[in-house]
Design a protein around this ligand. Structure first.
Ligand SMILES: Nc1nc2c(c(=O)[nH]1)N[C@H]1C(S)=C(S)[C@@H](COP(=O)(O)OP(=O)(O)OC[C@H]3O[C@@H](n4cnc5c(N)ncnc54)[C@H](O)[C@@H]3O)O[C@H]1N2
Ligand code: MOO
Length: 646
C-alpha cells in the first residue's frame, strides 16, 4: 500500500454519525451465551428467562416472636372480656421464622400476651387469620418467572435467584473488543524505561479504553503494539475479524490524515468504511466501519480524543449488545468563569473544573488540547458547545455533564488567580485533613483573580500585585478594582522572585539588565499577572526598554510553564518563583521578595470551608512544606494583613 495521504470522507455531524451507527448495526442484545454461578453473576445480562425452582417461604412461617393460634379461637377477646388459651394445644410459642404448628394460622406477638402460668396465656384482642404469618410462596412461587431475558443481574437479584433455588444462570457472553495500539513511537508500559528516548510515547490508550469497556460490562483483548505498517496492521485486524470471539475491532492511532495513518485504509480494504471524520473535538478523525459484519473503528491517537470517540460510538454499541441503556450522565447548569471559544461547524467538548460559589456552580475551562490526559483527569465536568455556536459568553448559563458527584462539586473550594506552588500544597493538605473539602485552582493571573472575586466566581484569589508607586502589595489594586466587595487579605507567604535559568547559568546572567542582551531569549508571563507587573517595574527601574528584550512577547501562564520553557531551552531566562526553578533543578538569580496573598471575600471568610483553609495556612505542616520547597519566608504566613471594609 502506498503511503499516500488520506483525505477525509465528507465529515459527518455527531448526530449523523450516531444515527448511522444505529442504522448499520443491530442495536440489540445478541451473541453467545455462557453459564455462570449466580454468586458471580452480578452485572451480567440474562441470556434466558429464569424460573424459580423453589418457593419462598417453602412453608407457612411465623413472622414475629409470639404464640401461634388458630385465629378463629381468639374471636371475641376484648380488654373487658379477655380470653384464656391453653398453651401447647391452642397456643404454641414460636419464634420468627419458625414453621407454623399444625392447625394454627395466626401469630400473636409476645408483647400482646399475658402469661398467666405455665399452661395458660391471656389475650385481650382477637387475632385475624394469617396475622404475622408469612405464607408459603408469599415471596416466590416455584415455577414462576423470576427474571425475564436480558435482565441485568444486580446484587439484590442474587438474593432472589438463590432463594428461588437457582445456582447457575445463562448470561450473554461479555462483548469482546479487540484493541490494537499502532504507532512506532509507542512504548509498552511493561518496558517502562528510566528515561523516554526522544520521540517515544508510553502506550496508554488501550488500557484506558479497555478499562472503560470493562466498566460497561464488556471484555477486551489487547494486542501488542504494532508499528505503522499497512500489511502488519491489516493482517492482525483480518485475523481478529475472523475470530468468532471478537465482537468489535478498535485500531488505535493512525486515524487522521498523516502519511502513516492506516486505520481507514485497513478497514476499507478488509470491509467497509461508513464514516471518516466527525465534526466533534476532540475525536474528529474517528473512523467507523465494519469488517465481517463486526463494527470496526479507527480511534484517534490523542488520549482525550480516544476517550471521546469511545464514549460517543463504542459505548452505545457495547450497551446495545448488553441490552442496557447508555449510562445517563448527570447534567447541571453552570456559569463559565470566562468566555469559551467554540468553532462553528464543530461540536466541542470542553473539560471544566466546577465549584459552587454562593448560589452558582461556576465552571473554569481546563486546557483544550486533546493530547493532555490531565485535562480530563482534573475535570469535574464537560461542557458541550454545539456546532452552530461560536462559543459561550461569560454571562451564559450552560449545561455541563458531571464527571464527579454533585456533592464533591458543592464541597470544592474554588481558587482563581495567580499560581503559586503553595496553593498546590494547600490542596494536598486539605485532602489529607478533610474528607469533605477539596481545593481546585485555576491560574489566570493576579488581575484575573481580582476580577473573579468581583464577579463572585471564586472563594478566594491568590494575588501578588505590586504598587509600583509605594512598593505595597495588593491593597491599592483592591481599592481600585473591588471598591464594593468587602474582602480581607491573608498573607500566604513572602516569596522570592528571580530569573530562572538553565543549570550552571550558561549565559552568565546576573540580573534584569542582561535580559536586553542580543544572545538572550526571554520567556514572559501574561499581562495582568503579578510577575509581569514586577518585571515591568524592575525593567523601568533599570532603564531597560521591553522592546529590546527578545521573547518579551512570549507569554506563559504559570511559573512552572516558564520553568519548563527554560528547561526545554526554548528560552534562556524567565521571571518566576524560586520553588519553580528548584522543582526542575534549574538555577535561580534572585530579583525581589514579594507578598503573595489571598483575597478572601468577607461573604465566605467565616464559612466552614474557608476557616478550615485558613487554619491549614497557619499550621506547622504547611509552613514546613513551604520551607522544603525553598524561596518562601513565612513569618507572616496566615496573618490577616488588611480588611477593606473595617
Ligand atoms: N493534517 C492533519 N493532521 C491532523 C488532523 C487533521 O485533521 N489534519 N487531525 C488531528 C486530530 S484532531 C487528531 S485527534 C489527531 C489524531 O491522530 P491519529 O489518530 O492519526 O493518531 P496518531 O497520529 O497516531 O497519534 C496522535 C498522538 O497520540 C499519541 N498516541 C497514539 N496512540 C497512542 C496510545 N495508544 N497511547 C498513548 N498515546 C498514543 C501519539 O503518540 C501522538 O502523540 O491527529 C491530528 N492531526
Ligand atoms: O479530534 Mo482531535 O481530537 O480534535 O484533537
Amino acid at each position: 500500500m502506498s503511503s499516500s495521504r488520506n483525505i477525509y470522507l465528507k465529515m459527518k455531524t455527531l448526530r449523523e454519525a450516531r444515527d448511522l451507527l444505529s442504522d448499520r448495526f443491530a442495536l440489540r442484545p445478541a451473541g453467545r451465551g455462557e453459564t455462570v454461578a449466580v454468586t458471580k453473576a452480578a452485572g451480567r445480562i440474562l441470556a434466558q428467562p429464569v424460573y424459580a425452582r423453589l418457593s419462598s417461604p417453602g412453608f407457612h412461617a411465623a413472622a414475629m416472636d409470639g404464640v401461634a393460634v388458630k385465629a378463629e379461637a381468639t374471636f371475641g377477646a376484648t380488654e373487658a372480656n379477655p380470653k384464656i388459651l391453653d398453651t401447647g394445644t391452642r397456643a404454641v410459642f414460636v419464634n420468627t421464622g419458625h414453621i407454623m404448628p399444625a392447625n394454627t394460622n395466626a401469630v400473636i406477638m409476645i408483647e400482646d400476651i399475658l402469661v398467666i402460668d405455665e399452661n395458660r396465656i391471656q389475650i385481650e384482642a382477637p387475632a385475624f387469620p394469617w396475622q404475622h404469618v408469612r405464607r408459603m410462596g408469599e415471596d416466590i412461587v416455584a415455577t414462576e418467572l423470576l427474571f425475564a431475558r436480558h435482565h441485568r443481574i444486580t446484587a439484590y437479584c442474587i438474593g432472589a435467584l438463590l432463594t428461588g433455588g437457582i445456582t447457575e444462570v445463562s448470561v450473554l457472553a461479555k462483548p469482546c473488543l479487540f484493541l490494537l495500539p499502532t504507532g512506532p513511537e509507542l512504548v509498552d508500559h511493561r518496558q517502562m524505561p528510566e528515561e523516554l528516548a526522544p520521540g517515544r510515547v508510553i502506550e496508554s490508550n488501550s488500557h484506558v479504553l479497555g478499562q472503560m469497556a470493562k466498566e460497561l460490562g464488556a471484555q477486551y483483548i489487547r494486542h501488542d503494539i504494532v508499528t505503522d505498517n499497512f500489511e502488519l496492521i491489516s493482517q492482525t485486524v483480518s485475523e481478529a475479524a475472523q475470530d468468532p470471539e471478537t465482537d468489535m475491532i478498535l485500531i488505535m492511532g493512525g486515524s487522521s490524515s498523516g502519511s502513516e495513518d492506516f486505520a481507514r485504509q485497513v478497514i476499507e480494504s478488509l470491509g467497509e468504511v461508513h464514516v471518516h471524520g466527525v465534526a466533534m473535538m476532540p475525536g474528529k478523525p474517528v473512523v467507523i466501519g465494519e469488517i465481517n459484519g463486526k463494527p470496526a473503528f479507527g480511534i484517534p491517537g490523542y488520549p482525550v480524543s480516544a476517550i471521546m470517540a469511545f464514549e460517543q460510538f463504542v459505548t452505545p454499541l457495547i450497551c446495545a449488545m448488553l441490552g442496557r441503556a447508555e449510562p445517563e450522565p448527570e447534567i447541571i447548569h453552570v456559569q463559565p468563569t470566562r468566555k469559551i471559544a467554540g468553532r462553528l461547524g464543530m461540536e466541542q467538548f470542553v473539560r471544566v473544573k466546577l465549584g459552587k460559589v454562593g448560589a452558582n456552580i461556576v465552571a473554569t475551562p481546563l486546557p483544550r488540547g486533546a493530547g493532555t490526559i490531565t485535562s480530563i483527569t482534573e475535570a469535574h465536568g464537560i461542557i458541550r458547545i454545539d456546532a452552530d455556536k461560536e462559543g459561550i459568553r461569560e454571562d451564559d448559563t450552560v449545561s455541563a455533564r458531571l464527571l464527579k458527584d454533585r456533592r464533591y462539586i458543592e464541597d470544592t473550594i474554588v481558587a482563581v488567580g495567580s499560581h503559586d506552588n503553595a496553593i498546590d500544597v494547600l490542596a494536598d493538605l486539605l485532602r489529607a485533613e478533610s474528607s469533605r473539602y477539596s481545593l481546585s485552582s485555576s491560574h489566570v493571573g493576579s488581575m484575573g483573580g481580582l476580577m473573579a472575586v468581583k464577579k463572585g466566581l471564586c472563594h478566594f484569589a491568590g494575588t501578588h500585585l505590586l504598587d509600583t508607586h509605594d512598593g505595597t502589595y495588593n491593597i491599592s489594586y483592591i481599592q481600585k478594582f473591588l471598591p464594593d466587595v468587602p474582602v480581607r487579605l491573608v498573607r500566604l507567604a513572602e516569596r522570592e522572585q528571580g530569573l530562572i535559568v538553565a543549570p550552571g547559568n550558561p549565559k552568565k546572567l546576573s540580573g534584569i539588565t542582561d535580559l536586553a542582551r542580543d544572545d538572550v531569549v526571554f520567556v514572559n508571563r501574561q499581562s495582568g499577572s503579578g510577575t509581569r507587573v514586577l518585571l515591568d517595574f524592575h525593567l523601568r527601574g533599570a532603564g531597560v526598554d521591553p522592546a529590546a528584550i527578545t521573547g518579551y512577547e512570549n507569554e506563559e501562564f504559570t511559573h512552572m510553564a516558564v520553568a519548563v520553557a527554560v528547561l526545554g531551552r526554548a528560552a534562556d531566562a524567565g521571571l518566576g518563583i524560586r520553588a519553580a526553578a528548584r522543582a526542575l533543578d534549574l538555577d535561580f538569580i534572585p530579583v525581589a521578595t514579594e507578598s503573595y496573598e489571598l483575597v478572601i471575600p468577607e461573604a465566605f471568610a467565616e464559612s466552614g470551608r474557608i476557616r478550615l483553609l485558613t487554619e491549614m495556612i497557619g499550621s506547622a505542616q504547611f509552613i514546613e512544606r513551604l520551607h522544603a520547597m525553598g524561596g518562601y519566608h513565612t513569618q507572616n504566613t496566615g496573618r490577616v494583613v488588611w480588611k477593606s471594609h473595617q
